[in-house]
Design a protein around this ligand. Structure first.
Ligand code: ZN
Length: 482
C-alpha cells in the first residue's frame, strides 16, 4: 500500500487511483526562455522516482508534462534577442530535452505545448464566462475569485487571509487583487490568436487546466509540481477546473521542496545560480541524479561542492560493491524480482528515497564485509545482496558515472527478445539495463543472431557508451565523456 502526502488534505493518504492499473499524472513543465537550473532537475527527478515506484508496484503511469511556450518572459527575451517567440521557445525546448536526457528520466507519455492548445483554453474560458466566473476588463479577461467558493483549498488559507497577504496591486482593471488573467489582449507585435474577446494569448494558469483535461480527463490521480507552484498557480488551476466542472481535477496534489545553494536561496541576483550545463561541466549527471535522490522529495536539498563530492563518493561505493561481488562470484549476478522489504516499506511511505538509499548502503557494506571476512556461506550472501542492490539501483534509475565500466562475462542467459527490443527503443536506460543489453548481446552473438546484436551495439553507442569485447574480461562498456 503506497501512501502519499497530499498537499490538498495536508496529510499522508492511502494512494488509490481512479482506474487501476492506470495512473494519470500531470506535472507542470518548464517555461522555455532560458537554460534549466538545478531546481528544474530536482522537480523532474522527484516525479521520475514517483513514476518508477508506481511502475514497480504494477501501475502504468500516463504522464503528462506540459511546455509553456508562450508567456511574458518568452516575449521579453525574444524581443531582447531579436528572434521570434517560436524560435526562442524551440531552442530552449531542445536545450531542456538535452539537459534532462542526461538525468535518466522516464519520458512523458505526452508533452503538450501551450500554443498547440489555444482552442481548448478559449473553450474553458468561455465555460467560466458562462458560469459567471470570468469578466472582461480593458480587453483582458479575468477570473473572478470572489465568485468562486472554494478558493484557498489547496494552500489552506481563506480569501481574506490571502487578500491581506497579496501584494498591493496597481492593476486597476481587476475587481479583486486575487483575480488572475485568463486571456490577455494582444499588444502590437506580440504573438496572438483569435478568441471571442478579440485577438490575444492565454494566461499561464489556464494552460495547465486545459491541457490536463485534454489528456487526462476532468478527473485524474496526481497533479505535481514544485512547492512554489502551490500558490497561486495550482490554486488558480483548481479554481478554473473546479469552476468549470464542479470538482477538483486531481485527487492527490504532490509538491517537491526547493533547492538551496550553500544553504541560501538560489537566485540570479546572489550569483549562486547554477544551470545544469554548468554543473554537468564539473560533475557527472549520474552523480547529480544521485545527489537529488538522496533527499526525500519534500525535504529541501542543499547544493554545494561538498554535497556533490559526497554523492560521487557514495555512488562509487555502491558501484564498487557491485563490481567486487561480480569479481568474487566469477559469474554474472542475477536480478531479483523484488527489492528488499525494508526498501519497499521506505518507498511505499511517500517515496522516501532517503531511507531507501540507506538500505542500498547497508547492502553495499554487507557485500564488503563478506568479501573481506569470507565467513561460512559468504558467497550466497554476496550473491543475494548484490542482486538486490542491482535491482534497487535499476528501480531508482541509479546509473554508473562515466569512466566507470560495466562488465559482463560471457555466461549465457535466458534471452527475452521482447525485452531487448523494448530496451533498444527506450529513450533512456539505467545502468542495470545497460548490463542487461550487454548480456543479451553476448547471448545473441552465441546464437549467431548478429542483426539484433548489432542493433544493441549501435544503441549503446548512441547513448554514449564505448563498447569493447575483451577475451579475458568479457564485454565492457564505459560511458564516454561529453
Ligand atoms: Zn501548471
Amino acid at each position: 500500500m503506497i501512501k502519499v502526502y497530499n498537499t490538498l488534505a495536508r496529510r499522508l493518504e492511502e494512494f488509490t487511483p481512479l482506474a487501476p492499473p492506470t495512473v494519470g499524472m500531470y506535472v507542470c513543465g518548464p517555461t522555455v526562455y532560458d537554460d534549466c537550473h538545478l531546481g528544474h532537475a530536482r522537480a523532474m527527478v522527484a516525479f521520475d522516482v514517483i513514476i518508477r515506484w508506481l511502475e514497480y508496484r504494477g501501475y502504468t503511469v500516463r504522464y503528462v508534462r506540459n511546455i509553456t511556450d508562450i508567456d511574458d518572459k518568452i516575449i521579453a527575451r525574444a524581443a531582447e534577442r531579436g528572434v521570434s517567440c517560436a524560435e526562442l521557445a524551440e531552442r530552449y525546448i531542445a536545450e531542456f530535452h538535452r539537459d534532462m536526457a542526461k538525468l535518466s528520466l522516464r519520458e512523458p507519455t505526452v508533452e503538450p505545448r501551450a500554443t498547440a492548445h489555444i482552442g481548448a483554453m478559449c473553450a474553458l474560458v468561455t465555460r467560466l464566462w458562462e458560469k459567471g466566473l470570468a469578466y472582461e476588463s480593458g480587453g483582458d479577461v479575468y477570473y473572478d475569485v470572489g465568485a468562486y467558493r472554494g478558493y484557498g483549498a489547496l494552500s489552506g488559507r481563506d480569501i481574506s487571509e490571502l487578500m491581506a497577504g497579496a501584494r498591493v496591486e496597481v492593476n486597476v482593471r481587476k475587481r479583486n487583487p486575487l483575480d488572475f488573467v485568463l486571456w490577455k489582449a494582444a499588444k502590437p507585435g506580440e504573438p496572438q490568436w483569435p478568441s471571442p474577446w478579440g485577438p490575444g494569448r492565454p494566461g499561464w494558469h489556464i494552460e495547465c487546466s486545459a491541457m490536463s483535461a485534454a489528456y487526462l480527463g476532468a478527473a485524474f490521480d496526481i497533479h505535481g509540481g514544485g512547492q512554489d507552484l502551490i500558490f497561486p498557480h495550482h490554486e488558480n488551476e483548481i479554481a478554473q477546473s473546479a469552476g468549470s466542472t464542479g470538482s477538483i481535477p486531481a485527487r492527490y496534489w504532490l509538491h517537491n521542496a526547493h533547492v538551496t545553494v550553500d544553504r541560501t536561496k538560489m537566485s540570479k541576483s546572489l550569483g549562486n545560480f547554477f544551470t545544469l550545463k554548468e554543473i554537468y561541466r564539473r560533475y557527472d549527471p549520474a552523480v547529480v541524479r544521485f545527489l537529488l535522490l538522496g533527499k526525500h522529495y519534500r525535504t529541501p536539498i542543499d547544493y554545494s561542492d561538498t554535497a556533490l563530492a559526497e554523492a560521487g563518493a557514495a555512488l562509487r561505493r555502491i558501484g564498487g560493491a557491485v563490481s567486487r561481488a561480480g569479481a568474487a562470484l566469477g559469474v554474472q549476478m542475477g536480478d531479483e524480482a523484488h527489492c528488499p522489504a525494508a526498501f519497499e516499506t521506505a518507498m511505499d511511505e511517500d517515496f522516501n528515497s532517503t531511507e531507501a538509499m540507506g538500505i542500498l548502503f547497508s547492502l553495499a557494506s554487507g557485500i564488503n564485509v563478506d568479501c573481506d571476512g569470507k565467513k561460512a556461506g559468504w558467497k550466497d550472501r554476496v550473491a543475494r545482496n548484490a542482486s538486490a542492490l542491482i535491482h534497487c539501483c535499476r528501480v531508482l534509475g541509479i546509473g554508473y558515472p562515466k569512466g566507470e565500466a560495466v562488465r559482463v562475462t560471457d555466461a549465457a542467459e535466458e534471452l527475452d527478445r521482447g525485452e531487448v527490443e523494448r530496451l533498444i527503443e527506450a529513450s533512456s536506460i539505467g545502468a542495470g539495463q545497460v548490463e542487461r543489453l550487454l548480456r543479451a548481446r553476448n547471448a545473441l552473438r552465441k546464437a549467431r543472431e548478429f542483426a539484433l546484436a548489432d542493433r544493441i551495439r549501435e544503441r549503446l553507442q548512441q547513448l554514449g557508451y564505448d563498447l569493447r569485447d575483451e577475451r579475458q574480461a568479457g564485454s565492457v562498456v564505459r560511458k564516454k565523456g561529453d
